[in-house]
Design a binder for this molecule. Structure first.
Ligand code: COS
Length: 402
């Protein structure tokens, strides 16, 4: 990264600066050789193993289970995603899914589940996944139709279809959300860990997308799962999902920020070396205007992402509004920054093998997954309306202890 001055912002401590510096060096040396976008399954397995071996996945689980800190340090998660995304989308994806796929266990799992599932994920020996979306329930989570019904005193039987599941087909276990029937809508869902080898769990389809990642539709037919694999209480699945997304939505913003920083750096390099009308492209005021807009969008994104991460790390119970703002702004801004970078590159910018072309494809899904921009707007509006109703101004609200 050309500009790492943001690390001196007051959101960070020395340990964050050290982590970002060391990971940045590691990623610059290692990631290119690990990520092969023509064989995403093998690449993701390789990246997870290497990230685990080098100790970087320790940022994704708590200290007691082989991780770095007592619980999530969201600033560290964001720095990891930003730094890896700067190098490669698959590297970011592999890291992120280890965290998201175990986030519900870290936040709500029993001691036994934490001990069984978290250490292998931190060591890169086991691959995690988060199975929430369905063909008819993506943004509207409470509309899901996958069911979990009691099967004897100690088991449930899961039936249904999950789709757009990251790591689908290569994961060793999935956190699956299903309708358990305690109440209608959001209050009648529960979360379970389902091992990939569970009889009745099949990969129905692999999904090809514009920036290749392991993605699949999963089918659950009569999958018998121990009740001990439930994460959180019966009927608490929606809360488990939303609280996990409160942590990980900021990190999606951080990944977008990594893509945007890379696009800005590529545009700076290209516009300084390419000559047009007898002078570097960067001498043209229209190029300068584009670079200025890009740099400003990068900084506003970083401010929102690290504000949300810092607020959560100060002990805020919920950062729903801050995380939604960070995710929405950083992903939309990154799309715009990358589009401008492609324009600066001209014909080269849409040529396969050129980094900004890859970034142009990589960023698109981030405006959709883990809550599309439109969902973030609903979430933000609801939160500020709630505050207004309670007589609290969002601008006066502060994190606990601050
Ligand atoms: N943390 C903890 N609890 C939360 C929460 C959060 N961030 N957000 C909501 N809840 C709780 C609410 O407090 C409410 O509890 P009570 O019933 O006890 O009051 C319950 O969950 C239901 O909340 P709500 O009424 O807001 O549910 P809705 O169905 O209206 O939620 C949205 C709608 C759009 C906000 C929700 O479905 C959502 O975020 N969708 C996007 C999901 C997503 O990201 N999908 C992509 C797939 S994941 S890769």
């Amino acid at each position: 990264m050309i500009d790492s001055s943001f690390l001196s912002w007051p959101f960070f401590e020395e340990r964050h600066r050290r982590f970002a510096g060391e990971l940045s060096l590691w990623a610059a040396e290692q990631v290119h050789g690990l990520a092969d976008h023509h064989d995403v399954d093998a690449s993701c397995r390789r990246i997870v193993a290497e990230l685990g071996g080098a100790g970087w996945l320790r940022a994704a689980v708590p200290h007691a289970y082989g991780g770095l800190y007592p619980s999530f340090d969201v600033r560290t998660l964001c720095l990891a995603r930003e730094t890896l995304a700067y190098q490669d989308g698959l590297a970011d994806f592999a890291f992120a899914m280890q965290g998201l796929g175990t986030g519900p266990i870290t936040l709500f799992g029993s001691e036994e589940l934490k001990r069984r599932y978290l250490p292998p994920v931190a060591q890169g020996r086991s691959i995690a996944a988060f199975a929430l979306s369905e063909p008819e329930a993506g943004s509207d989570v409470a509309a899901m139709s996958t069911t979990a019904v009691p099967d004897g005193p100690d088991h449930v039987r899961i039936d249904g279809t999950k789709t757009w599941i990251s790591n689908g087909g290569i994961a060793d276990h999935y956190v699956v959300f299903a309708r358990s029937g305690e109440a209608p809508g959001a209050r009648g869902l529960s979360a379970f860990i389902v091992d990939a080898k569970t009889p009745g769990l099949t990969v129905e389809d692999r999904i090809e997308v514009i920036a290749p990642h392991p993605l699949a539709t999963l089918r659950f037919d009569n999958c018998r799962v121990p009740l001990a694999n439930r994460i959180g209480g019966p009927g608490e699945g929606f809360k488990v999902a939303m609280a996990t997304l409160d942590v990980f939505r900021s990190t999606v913003g951080a990944a977008a920020l990594g893509f945007a920083r890379r696009a800005l750096d590529e545009a700076l390099r290209h516009s300084s070396s390419r000559h047009l009308f007898g002078a570097p492209l960067s001498d043209l005021q229209m190029t300068q205007a584009a670079l200025a807009d890009m740099a400003t969008l990068v900084d506003t994104s970083a401010l929102l992402v690290y504000r949300a991460a810092w607020t959560k790390d100060q002990g805020a119970a919920r950062v729903t509004r801050e995380a939604a703002m960070a995710k929405m702004h950083a992903t939309e801004a990154a799309q715009s920054v990358i589009d401008k970078a492609v324009q600066v590159f001209g014909g080269l910018g849409v040529t396969k093998g050129v980094k900004v072309e890859e970034l142009y494809r990589e960023i698109r899904a981030l405006r959709i997954y883990e809550g599309a921009t439109e969902v973030q707007k609903i979430v933000i509006a609801r939160e500020i309306l709630k505050m207004a109703e309670a007589g609290a101004s969002p601008v006066r609200q502060q994190a606990p202890g601050v």
